[in-house]
Design a protein around this ligand. Structure first.
Ligand SMILES: [Cu+2]
Length: 472
């Protein structure tokens, strides 16, 4: 049998070695971390970067530490770290620690009155990472109609928070982040099946701008242009996959293999299950183990032929195998969160909060606006007050034809009902609510302070799809 490699050494060889060194994030917090002049545990430099996504194709964008994705940041759950943020751009920046339960001032969202990184300036603070699992860091600016800002750029990086609980036995760990490039405005709209949406009702304006992309990448490379994921027959490979898109919900498949899903948004699921096709709304993460028992050279990629042709995939190569990578169209799959949860009713909440999602069509050449309970977010809105220790049930009632990956900051929520099916035990921080569907999620506010709720589709968030809670 083959020698089992150390998972850490494989990881750094495969993916993020330069970045991990740059971030300096494997160093334990020493005494110097408490003095404002000493080196920080985590350093992110926000600045211009050129990304060679293909042999003949370079993207000019903004990234972290001169690379896209930014460095893998490994932290220990509950061990405080000092964070240094340097902004080498002319725009104030917000760095959001997605999926972490941390105070509002360091969470990195303007609506929570978080600290921002001044242009050409620096921001230093401490935070205590939690909970364990696959998290990430990304900009939280509102680019509105400027597609060279916000999550359209390369400002994203994996954060992996280690704990004593592991996700089972595996031989190597691989981090994959999807992202699209060269966004453009389009009037073409597709639903999940790739079909056009229904025409507007009489008296209603037509649909406004949507975003299309020219190039698609995993870990900053178009399919066939980066290093392959190198595996050996018999290995169990733990993939952590992040949808780091600004606006796209995606599916991914690895022909000839199945994904044993062990964690959603970094949180271990009650019932790991095998699936052929993964689905990730914007900002969702899936951790899944793949048993490598079908030697060959394969494409791990999107089932959408056009997008895969434009780069959305990565080669998985078994040792001693060569040749062109194989793709086989996977069976049509519909993603179901509930197979990973307990099929029981969660305990009743103390209070139910209905959140009805609505859309006001922008018309040709305009932007659609988005509403929650009939209201588009306004900076002057008073936050809705929640009480610590009370269990709230959020009812996401999507009365639009678009899918919305909705995200709650500074908390994890428990899925309790998906499309009418009761479920419990699956903890997440983003859930994709399909068109005209309803999802319920319970949470007990984890910390005091301002807490943002929003759609993670950048264009939806920017045009009204958010609200702020105040936990007291
Ligand atoms: Cu949305």
């Amino acid at each position: 049998m083959h020698q089992e490699p150390s998972r850490r050494s494989i990881l750094s060889a495969l993916t993020f070695s330069a970045g991990a060194a740059l971030a300096g994030c494997n160093r334990p917090a020493g005494p110097e971390a408490t003095t404002p002049t000493g080196p920080a545990d985590v350093t992110l430099r926000i600045g211009p970067v050129l990304v060679d996504i293909a042999k003949d194709h370079t993207i000019s964008t903004i990234g972290y530490n001169g690379r896209v994705p930014g460095p893998l940041i490994r932290l220990q759950e509950g061990v405080p770290v000092t964070v240094d943020l340097f902004n080498e751009t002319d725009t104030p920046e917000l760095v959001h620690w997605h999926g972490q339960i941390i105070p509002a001032d360091v969470d990195g969202a303007a609506e929570e009155k978080s600290l921002s990184v001044p242009p050409r300036g620096r921001l230093r603070y401490r935070l205590t990472p939690r909970p364990a699992g696959a998290r990430f860091v990304h900009t939280h600016l509102m680019p509105m109609s400027d597609l060279n800002m916000g999550t359209y750029t390369g400002q994203f990086a994996f954060v992996y928070i280690e704990s004593r609980n592991n996700l089972g036995r595996y031989d190597q760990e691989v981090f994959l982040a999807t992202h699209e490039w060269e966004p453009f405005f389009t009037t073409a709209e597709e639903d999940e099946e790739g079909a056009p949406p229904p025409p507007p009702k009489p008296g209603e304006k037509p649909n406004g701008w949507e975003i299309g992309y020219q190039r698609f990448t995993i870990n900053g490379k178009c399919l066939g242009h980066g290093e392959p994921v190198r595996v050996k027959e018999g290995q169990r490979v733990l993939f952590h996959i992040l949808n780091a898109s600004a606006t796209e919900n995606i599916q991914l498949a690895l022909p000839g293999h199945r994904f044993q899903v062990v964690a959603l948004d970094g949180n271990p699921v009650p019932h790991p299950q095998p699936v052929e096709v993964l689905e990730l709304g914007t900002a969702e993460r899936i951790s899944a183990v793949v048993e490598m028992k079908n030697p060959g050279v394969w494409v791990l990629g999107t089932p959408r032929d056009d997008d895969r042709g434009n780069g959305m995939g990565i080669v998985v190569e078994y040792s001693n195998r060569s040749g062109p990578p194989r793709w086989i169209k996977p069976p049509k799959a519909s993603w179901d969160y509930t197979i990973f949860g307990d099929s029981r009713h969660a305990p009743p909440p103390d209070e139910t909060i209905p959140l009805v999602f609505g859309k006001i069509n922008g018309g040709t050449g305009g932007f659609n606006h988005w509403t929650i309970n009939g209201h588009s977010f306004d900076d002057r809105d008073q936050p809705r007050v929640l009480q610590k220790g009370r269990r709230y049930r959020l009812v996401f009632d999507n009365q639009t034809d678009d899918a919305h990956p909705v995200h709650l900051h500074r908390n994890s929520f428990e899925l309790t009902n998906v499309h009418g099916a009761a479920t419990a035990g699956a903890m997440k921080d983003v859930v994709l609510v399909k068109g005209f569907k309803k999802v319920e999620a319970d949470f007990t506010p984890a910390m005091d302070g301002l807490t943002l709720f929003h759609c993670h589709q950048q264009l939806h968030m920017d045009y009204g799809f958010k609200l702020v809670f105040q936990v007291a």
